[in-house]
Write a protein that binds this ligand. Structure first.
Ligand SMILES: [Zn+2]
Length: 502
């Protein structure tokens, strides 16, 4: 399950039942004895609950400075003596010919979790641990098994994430190829469907637009996949080949210097999303997002500013959100702001946290976790404001408002700016689902924040906010001022109370 609270909170007990059923059904379908499967599933569930207890809540993992614990393998061995770290790492890296000593430096993001894990490992029965490891493997493999297995997973996904319909098989297969061979597929996408002028127009704004030029060079593209041989009639072999290729590439990275000018390997051309990487101080807009409804050279400017303009603003603002601000212009984690500036920033961020914590989904009586979602909310608030200002500047330069849209003449350019923004924010999940994408961990580097983070709470709230802006523009000023003026919490609360009336 995607978040630790699903394992711990009383209110999530129905979800734990769904998850138990998922484990049990897959185990039995693979041939397990039903009584044994019941017992083993229960043991694994208890083990995962213990793992959840030692897991640090996501909302408390936003201070990267605090999480950055640099040490040697030898030091980690002292900290968590229950595992043979050096032996383990040596065996792992021997696959790519890299030798590791106990002086190898590493960064431990959660020492207390690892210490807890060491203790848990010592007190847990080996059968439970082996079952759990195999279950984790199978969970990844279910997608690649015959329909009867995938049906079990789809039932689980529907109940946990709230998707109403199974994705069509073709869509899953295209996604699979896009994730596994993104640049090869991206090359075909760019050649067939991408308007080259979209890249040129946006090039003035940033360097990572559309796709890496290397994908158009046959030799470089071939080199990227030279280790992998795919066969049209050997599906499972192809998957294993790919997993090995990915694992080896990642391991080799240990001895390759960071190249900040390169496209992130996980950001492929055909993805409809945008990214900011704090460690590279880089914004990325793949070819997939430089299309309607986000952008078209044929669109009136109000649609482009409300679409891709807001996304660009969102990504740039990530460089200054609660996590992005911790990295300097070269992407190094150093304190580069004065204490007084940090203090003032935190006051303003608190305003955003309070505002979003006040939003409630009435059907399930749950509130948005304002602390955890603050990075996205800061980026959204900054992005829409920057894009709107930029649009007004554009209009001022033209000395005349843009023409309205035929058929929608009742809406002004300003209103259509917000309508296009709201249009692309709408999601397709049930309202009570959480913000984790079940496949998300494969998709993005740890340090990338993506524009479409699947945060449905946020999406819905932004839709509400847009509706309020559209209907009651006067009241919108208190939202905007909330971002600009710290300490105006009272106005902030008033505004969210009004929004609930809609
Ligand atoms: Zn974002």
């Amino acid at each position: 399950m995607p978040v630790r609270e699903y394992f711990l909170d009383e209110i999530a007990s129905a979800r734990r039942t769904v998850y138990r059923k998922y484990m049990y059904d897959v185990a039995v379908m693979l041939g397990a004895d039903t009584d044994t499967a019941h017992r083993d599933v229960e043991d694994m569930m208890q083990f995962e609950i213990e793992l959840a207890k030692i897991t640090i809540p996501t909302a408390q993992r936003r201070d990267n400075q605090e999480m950055y614990n640099k040490m040697t393998v030898g030091k980690l061995q002292q900290l968590v003596p229950e595992f043979e770290w050096l032996v383990c790492l040596q065996r792992l890296f021997s696959h790519v010919g890299i030798s590791i000593t106990d002086q190898e430096p590493l960064v431990v993001y959660a020492p207390s979790y690892l210490a807890g894990l060491g203790r848990l490992y010592k007190t847990t029965d080996n059968r439970v641990i082996v079952n759990y490891l195999l279950w984790r493997l199978m969970m990844n493999w279910v997608n690649n098994l015959p329909t009867k297995y995938r049906n079990i997973k789809n039932d689980y996904i529907k109940n946990i994430f709230g998707s109403q319909a199974d994705p069509p098989r073709w869509s899953e297969c295209v996604d699979f190829v896009n994730v596994k061979m993104g640049n090869a597929l991206g090359r075909l996408f760019v050649e067939e469907h991408f308007d080259e002028s979209s890249k040129d127009t946006a090039d003035a704004i940033s360097e990572k637009i559309g796709y890496a030029d290397s994908i158009l060079v046959d030799d470089l593209l071939d080199k990227e996949y030279q280790e992998v041989d795919y066969y049209p009639d050997r599906y499972v072999d192809n998957i294993i080949t790919f997993l090995k290729h990915t694992a080896r590439s990642k391991l080799r990275n240990l001895r390759i210097p960071v190249d900040r000018t390169k496209w992130s390997t996980t950001t492929t051309p055909a993805v409809v999303n945008a990214f900011y990487s704090a460690t590279k101080n880089q914004i990325m807009f793949p070819a997939g997002i430089l299309q309607p409804p986000f952008y078209s050279k044929h669109f009136p400017k109000y649609l482009n500013y409300g679409g891709i303009g807001m996304v660009i603003g969102h990504e740039i603002t990530h460089g200054f959100d609660d996590r992005g601000r911790q990295y300097d212009k070269d992407g190094n984690l150093v304190k580069w702001w004065d204490d007084i500036v940090i203090h003032r920033f935190k006051e303003r961020a608190q305003c955003i946290i309070d505002q979003y914590s006040n939003y409630t989904v009435p059907e399930i009586n749950m509130s948005v976790n304002g602390l955890q979602t603050q990075g996205e909310n800061i980026a959204d608030n900054g992005g829409i404001k920057e894009a709107y200002r930029a649009y007004r500047k554009y209009v001022e330069r033209q000395h005349i408002e843009e023409k309205r849209l035929p058929g929608l003449l009742q809406f002004s350019g300003d209103q259509l700016f917000f309508i296009n923004f709201a249009q692309k924010e709408k999601g397709d999940k049930r309202e009570d689902v959480d913000d984790e994408d079940e496949e998300g961990e494969d998709d993005v580097d740890d340090d990338d924040y993506d524009y479409d983070d699947g945060d449905d709470d946020n999406d819905m709230m932004m839709m509400m906010m847009m509706m309020v802006m559209m209907k009651r523009r006067r009241r919108m000023t208190s939202v905007v001022r909330c971002y600009a003026a710290p300490g105006s919490h009272q106005q902030n609360h008033d505004w969210s109370a009004q929004s609930r009336q809609i």
